[in-house]
Design a protein around this ligand. Structure first.
Ligand code: SF4
Ligand code: SF4
Length: 141
């Protein structure tokens, strides 16, 4: 499904707009399709899940030590970005170059991991893992 871009809407997120976003493309006026948001490396072994609470379309999926965003469901509302205590969420076109593989990882893993809709306690040693380099190899599937 081609998504319209919320960034082009002057009204922000509202139930009316969400209805429009999930309607057929020919009824969406001039809104263009655009990118999704992406969870990146610093979520690994942290998984605070603050982001889940604010997502209006429930597009977070949970793995053992990481969350991903379903790019086909994300409406680019940006609400999750400031909620992440470890700054792990980026717009697709702002993902750091050395983490570009996370764009594909989000799209791949959301297909097999379950949807998470409510905040849960972070992983026990989340604070110790915040900002540590080289966490990519610790991603559990
Ligand atoms: S708030 Fe940040 S660290 Fe926590 S699950 Fe979401 S992306 Fe991961
Ligand atoms: S930008 Fe974040 S909160 Fe908004 S729809 Fe996408 S994942 Fe959900």
């Amino acid at each position: 499904m081609v998504k319209p871009c919320i960034a082009n809407s002057p009204a922000g997120v509202s139930p009316t707009l969400l209805t429009v976003y999930h309607s057929p493309p020919e009824t969406r006026g001039n809104w263009s399709s655009c990118m999704a948001y992406v969870v990146t490396e610093n979520c690994i072994n942290c998984k605070h899940t603050d982001c889940v609470d604010v997502c209006p379309v429930d597009c977070f999926h949970e793995g053992p030590n990481f969350l991903v965003i379903d790019p086909d469901e994300c409406i680019d509302c940006t609400l999750c970005v400031p909620e992440c205590p470890v700054n792990a969420i980026f717009a697709e076109d702002e993902v750091p170059a050395d983490q570009a593989e996370f764009i594909e990882l989000n799209a791949e893993l959301c297909k097999s991991w379950p949807v998470l809709t409510e905040k849960r306690p972070a992983l026990p040693d989340a604070d110790e893992w915040d900002g540590k380099p080289g966490k990519r190899d610790l991603l559990q599937r």
